[in-house]
Design a protein around this ligand. Structure first.
Ligand code: HEC
Ligand code: HEC
Ligand code: HEC
Ligand code: HEC
Ligand code: HEC
Ligand code: HEC
Ligand code: HEC
Ligand code: HEC
Length: 329
């Protein structure tokens, strides 16, 4: 069942341990008053065994009643309910109502903050950071999921990998990074890390394991782009996947302009007859290297490095030769 705001994945109930110390509904992930950078899952534990249906409302949009009373449901999922929330950016008011038949028994509410840019600095301080793979939470999953995979299991690729069942949705994107697509998750995320699955190496040090040729090439260049020189590959590339080519976090121009605001404010390169700058998007790129693509910042600038100032594409030694690559006269 799909509606705006919510997709049901699986619902569950029962065999609950005595509910006395628990509220009617526990927010397992995300925890109550926490912030997240993904919108993959809302995991609830329903502690009132009388519930036969649950309704979840996110920012005023209510789901249909999710039926959790059947023996089949409870056999598979016991008292867990796992849905895909569609968080709005920023604050999300979440209300969970429990029903017995038509009768509304209880309701629990909280708010969750969704930071699309995963930027903790931009999150209001009342929302705490959380992790799923903590000993306390993993204990809840262990009865039904393999939370302590062996090295041999971790080395399995694709559907057979122990991370697959719970993380397949994060790779539902058009452009998936090689090692994420094969579920070589543990290459980058250390099972023995502290916290669990933390990265032993970060940024360029990590990327260099497999892209050393690329970095060696950048280093040879006379001019290296600021964030590349700083090893901040992840500022532009998502290590897992994204809707944009080369797993870019945003469309190219948006990424560039997020650090180079001034290019938006002043005419760039030329002042055309209309007083505007050079077109930066929305036309086909006529250059040799940009065939079949749209004009963008990287039509003229290499995003990583170059032998000429401003890293002009094709290492065009000066502006004139750059212009001529597209404006042949
Ligand atoms: C029982 C389901 C389950 C399994 C199995 C699982 N994860 Fe997760 N993991 C989650 C959920 C849910 C989150 C929260 C983020 C999200 O919604 O995707 C998460 C979060 C994470 C995070 C972010 C840090 C954290 O602790 O929140 C990392 C890294 C991660 N998982 C790696 C892995 C890797 C690597 C594997 C396989 C070895 C794995 N997970 C297996 C459910 C699971
Ligand atoms: C009572 C058994 C049970 C418990 C306990 C349980 N799950 Fe599951 N979970 C299932 C079943 C059954 C499925 C569906 C089959 C599958 O994907 O393995 C599932 C599926 C999932 C999925 C994938 C949903 C999808 O299709 O995208 C995630 C994520 C998940 N569980 C996370 C968790 C986490 C995290 C915990 C612990 C906090 C947990 N589960 C505890 C039984 C359980
Ligand atoms: C090429 C290395 C690499 C691979 C392969 C990889 N990751 Fe990651 N992952 C990262 C990096 C880097 C981060 C960012 C960590 C941070 O910001 O602290 C991250 C963050 C995460 C997060 C939390 C932040 C987020 O984006 O939601 C989750 C969940 C996660 N990875 C799960 C996985 C799973 C599951 C797999 C396998 C399908 C996987 N990763 C494969 C490098 C990788
Ligand atoms: C475990 C090895 C491994 C690690 C570590 C790794 N990559 Fe990759 N990367 C690959 C593979 C394999 C491909 C797919 C190659 C292909 O399709 O040509 C790939 C492809 C890419 C691509 C797309 C290339 C293209 O031509 O489409 C980019 C961009 C990229 N990686 C960036 C990164 C960044 C940034 C990091 C560090 C966060 C990183 N990689 C870490 C193995 C790795
Ligand atoms: C300022 C943003 C930015 C940073 C930082 C960045 N890249 Fe890229 N990268 C791009 C863009 C944009 C493309 C796509 C180029 C195109 O469209 O022609 C790309 C393409 C790539 C490719 C595939 C195409 C190719 O040139 O082979 C790889 C591999 C790659 N980057 C690796 C890295 C690594 C490794 C780092 C860190 C050392 C890094 N990138 C840092 C923006 C960036
Ligand atoms: C994370 C921030 C960041 C992003 C994203 C970014 N840049 Fe930069 N860029 C810098 C920094 C820092 C410098 C070096 C300082 C300077 O010279 O202004 C720089 C320098 C440059 C320069 C040379 C400026 C000069 O005066 O020599 C060009 C050209 C450039 N960037 C283009 C781009 C393009 C094109 C993109 C998108 C593919 C991009 N930048 C994305 C931070 C960024
Ligand atoms: C048609 C080619 C072309 C395109 C497209 C282009 N640039 Fe430039 N850019 C240049 C040239 C040429 C210069 C050299 C400075 C000058 O003479 O105007 C330059 C200079 C720069 C500089 C350094 C000087 C300054 O103005 O701050 C930055 C930063 C920059 N460009 C960023 C970008 C970004 C970001 C985009 C995409 C939004 C972009 N450029 C698109 C040709 C281009
Ligand atoms: C990557 C290809 C490319 C490069 C390099 C390039 N241009 Fe352009 N330029 C274009 C495209 C595409 C248009 C839009 C043409 C159209 O709309 O028909 C354009 C439009 C223009 C216009 C506007 C014409 C008008 O009708 O408003 C001027 C002026 C211009 N370019 C000058 C330059 C100069 C000067 C340079 C060198 C600094 C340069 N261009 C480099 C592709 C490029």
């Amino acid at each position: 069942m799909t509606r705006r705001g919510l997709t049901t994945i699986a619902m569950i109930c029962v065999l609950c341990t005595p509910a006395m110390t628990w509220p009617a509904v526990s927010f397992i992930y995300p925890a109550a008053k926490s912030w997240v950078g993904r919108s993959d899952y809302l995991i609830l534990k329903l502690n009132n065994p009388q519930f036969t249906a649950v309704k979840i409302t996110v920012n005023g949009l209510a789901s249909d009643p999710l039926q959790i009373g059947s023996p089949e449901y409870r056999k598979a999922f016991q008292d867990f309910l796992i849905v895909q929330p569609i968080w709005d950016p920023g604050k999300n008011e979440v209300v969970v109502e429990g029903f017995k038949g038509q009768e509304r028994l209880e309701s629990t509410a909280t708010s969750i903050y969704f930071s699309v840019k995963k930027d903790s600095a931009a999150v209001p301080p009342e929302y705490k950071a959380i992790a799923l793979h903590t000993p306390e939470l993993e204990k809840l999953c262990t009865p039904c999921h393999n939370m302590s995979p062996t090295t041999a299991q971790l080395n399995k690729l694709g559907n057979d990998n122990p991370c697959y069942g719970c993380h397949k949705r994060m790779l539902n994107s058009k452009f998936v990074h090689g090692p994420a697509g094969t579920f070589s998750c543990s290459y980058c995320h250390d099972v023995k890390g502290n916290p669990k699955y933390a990265m032993p190496r970060r940024d360029a040090a990590l990327c260099n394991d497999c892209h050393a040729d690329k970095t060696a090439d950048f280093k040879k260049r006379k001019y290296v782009h600021g964030p590349v020189a700083a090893g901040m590959c992840e500022v532009c590339h998502d290590p897992h996947g994204s809707p944009y080519d080369f797993q870019l976090r945003m469309p190219i121009n948006e990424i560039c302009l997020s650090c180079h605001e001034v290019v938006k404010q002043e005419p760039h390169v030329v002042r055309t007859t209309t007083g505007e700058g050079h077109p930066l998007t929305g036309r086909p790129d006529p250059s040799e290297w940009g065939k079949g693509r749209q004009l963008s910042c990287v039509s003229c600038h290499n995003p990583h490095a170059g032998d000429v100032r401003y890293f002009f594409q094709n290492n065009s030694p000066d502006k004139m030769q750059l212009c001529q690559a597209c404006h042949k006269k």
